[in-house]
Design a protein around this ligand. Structure first.
Ligand code: ATP
Length: 650
């Protein structure tokens, strides 16, 4: 309207031949000054701004729910694949592991948090980026990461599938953050006395959630900014310290304290504090071994108890493991000493207790009773010292799928303190010897089962630790790689390294082990060299006879008469299999040759009892009772336990 008036005025002046410069001096200037808000308008405006602020809080909680949850992906993968355990066994300090994990995650989180702040800057959100409020916003974001990341570490123990953990934890973060913040905001808007009382209580209780601290902090900051802006409209200057107790002071302090508590709880789980408490509260009495102990087992036990341990790098004394909620021990009072430069074999059928023994010796599970020492250090009291002396090839490949074989070997070589000037050469040599050259730069997640096994064995050997545990190292390997590994094991044993090996291949045990034991139901049934075991527990010789179909009866008669101690153990069509417990080898040959000359038998073979037969004899004693007697724990209890025990199995 004013502009039209000015146009009319200047057109009239122009018609009266006034100079152009002068015309611009004439005109009407209008100034619009809004009236101050009424009380009602003010309330509506505050409510409108409040709703905008709660939307900001929700958006921030939403964005920052995903980032901390994503840090559990790798953590769970490492725990479930046991690659974390392998790192610890190779000498990584548990405390350093978690500090490094936290530093890495907090740096990644800080980048995301600063991107959120950048969005505020781009949209010029005065409530958050004004010089007085910006430091508060930065601190709120950083302390949220400080407290929420260790909380995610704690909750990650509940999960075994990384993707489920990510979805579950991100949704949980969002749910808690949004529900707590919106609830307190809505309750705060009511005038009712009772609701106000509830509002005050839950505002304090919700401070145990970092998500609420962040949401309420953002909201309070925006409300405070709105109040000072509104008062400024009334020409009243209102300045407040945003770090005061009732504004940001309380949530900031709570997040700082919560972060410390969550991190310490996580360390307590990592160091087995809770399993330690339950271990002592549940008791661990296991009666002595069964009376029918073989004399070589008893002799070894006697040697260990006597303390005659000269030259033994590994000493196992009455080592026992009873898993929680299992009524029978998985490993029961075993005793053995392994000398420097000795390869000791642990044989036993599935479920005999071999892996459990390794788990106790490497710190993956707690010892129920008894002890074992490596180089004089106890696995019960000084596991970190024990671990620094171990190489371990677990039963299932504990590899990081995102690292290549070369990167794995460099990583473990560095952990084992191989000087950097020889490390690359050593790694190249190992890769070439293990036949991994073609795959050395491929992700280990894409390797075949056999190649993964080769890599696991190479990791155990790199750095030449004095004691190496190999849990079925050659399973799935091709014959060439298997032969190479055998040669390699023989070499390192010759050079003074001790090896404890489990295998289901009798051929492997005979080729490598200086002494071996057969485990049945968690107990050692015999100990000695393979020849000693065959002599002692083998039933003499085996004869396989082939004859004409119509001659079977005659052969049976012949054997009954000529080799009286023989016992028929198998009969298939024209093939008979006999066991001869005793007798001179030359006499047996002579008698069989006579039978052949008399055309009673066509053909025969004579052999000593094999280790496999000794093994089968003992293995037949293994009962599946332990498995049947294990109780069925409720699922929720299992999850609760897995959370409390962290990476320790019980
Ligand atoms: N985490 C566990 N909780 C309860 N019982 C377990 C646990 N792990 C193993 N066991 C039980 O302990 C016994 C010994 O198991 P272990 O894995 O040591 O046998 P193994 O000799 O290594 O068998 P395999 O040759 O199949 O590897 C089994 O009866 C098994 O069911």
């Amino acid at each position: 309207m004013n502009a039209i008036n000015n146009v009319v005025l200047r057109a009239t002046l122009s018609a009266s031949n006034m100079s152009h410069d002068k015309i611009s001096e004439y005109g009407i200037r209008t100034i619009n000054h809004p009236m101050n808000f009424t009380q009602k308008q003010m309330n509506i405006e505050i409510l409108r701004q409040g709703v905008v602020s709660i939307l900001h809080s929700i958006s921030i909680i939403f964005a920052l729910s995903f980032v901390p949850a994503s840090f559990t992906l790798y953590l769970i993968e490492e725990r479930v694949s046991h690659s974390k355990h392998l790192l610890l066994v190779s000498g990584v300090n548990r405390l350093i592991f978690w500090i490094e994990e936290f530093i890495w995650d907090i740096v990644a989180y800080t980048i995301s948090a600063f991107l959120c702040i950048l969005i505020f800057v781009m949209f010029n959100e005065e409530s958050y980026i004004s010089p007085t409020n910006l430091p508060g916003v930065i601190l709120l974001f950083l302390l949220y990461g400080w407290s929420c990341i260790p909380l995610m570490y704690l909750l990650s123990y509940i999960f075994t599938i990384p993707s489920s953990a990510f979805v579950g934890l991100a949704c949980g973060n969002m749910f808690i953050g949004i529900v707590t913040t919106v609830t307190t905001f809505v309750l705060g808007a009511f005038e009712d006395e009772e609701l106000r009382a509830v509002h005050h209580v839950i505002k304090e209780v919700f401070l145990i959630f970092p998500h609420y601290c962040l949401g309420s902090g953002i909201l309070d900051l925006a409300k405070n900014h709105l109040a000072s802006a509104s008062l400024l409209n009334l020409d009243i200057e209102y300045k407040s310290n945003i770090f005061e107790w009732n504004l940001l002071g309380k949530p900031l302090l709570c997040m700082f304290v919560l972060g410390n508590i969550f991190f310490l709880l996580n360390l307590a789980i990592e160091f087995g504090f809770f399993t330690w408490i339950t271990h002592f509260s549940m008791g661990s009495a296991v009666e002595d071994s069964d009376g029918d102990e073989e004399d070589d087992v008893a002799a070894e036990k006697e040697r260990i108890h006597r303390g005659d341990l000269a030259g033994d790098i590994l000493v196992i004394k009455d080592l026992t493991k009873v898993y929680k909620y299992s009524q029978v021990p998985s490993v029961k009072r075993i005793n053995v000493g392994v000398k420097e430069g000795e390869c000791f074999g642990l044989l036993g059928i599935n479920g005999a207790g071999k892996t459990t023994t390794f788990k106790m010796l490497t710190g993956a599970t707690r010892v129920t009773s008894g002890d074992a020492t490596v180089g004089g250090y106890s696995v019960v009291t000084n596991m970190s010292k024990v671990q620094s002396r171990l190489g371990y090839c677990p039963q299932f490949d504990a590899l990081d799928p995102l690292l290549t074989p070369r990167e794995h070997l460099i990583l473990y070589g560095r952990i084992r303190n191989i000087p950097s000037f020889v490390l690359n050469k050593k790694v190249d040599l190992t890769i070439q010897q293990m036949g991994l050259g073609y795959y050395s730069n491929k992700l280990s997640g894409t390797l075949s089962g056999g190649n993964k096994r080769k890599l696991s064995a190479a990791i155990a050997l790199i750095g030449s630790p004095p004691l190496i545990f190999l849990d079925e190292p050659t399973t799935g390997m091709d014959p060439k790689a298997r032969r190479f590994l055998w040669t390699k094991i023989q070499d390192i044993v010759r050079n003074g390294t001790s090896v404890v090996l489990t295998s289901h291949s009798m051929e492997e045990c005979q080729a490598l082990c200086t002494r071996l034991t057969i485990m049945v139901n968690g107990q050692f049934k015999c100990i000695g060299s393979s020849q000693h075991l065959k002599n002692k527990y083998g039933a003499g010789y085996r004869i396989v006879i082939r004859c004409r179909e119509d001659n079977v009866k005659t052969v049976k008669e012949f054997m009954k008469v000529t080799i009286k101690s023989s016992r028929l153990i198998e009969e298939h069509y024209n093939q008979l299999r006999y066991e001869i417990p005793e007798g001179k080898l030359s006499d047996i040959f002579r008698q069989l040759e006579q039978g052949k000359q008399r055309n009673i038998l066509d053909d025969y073979s004579l052999s000593q009892t094999t280790l496999e037969e000794v093994f089968l004899r003992f293995a037949s004693e293994q009962s599946n009772e332990p498995i049947r007697r294990r109780l069925n724990r409720p699922v929720f209890l299992k999850k609760c336990l897995s959370c409390c025990r962290g990476n320790k199995e019980e």
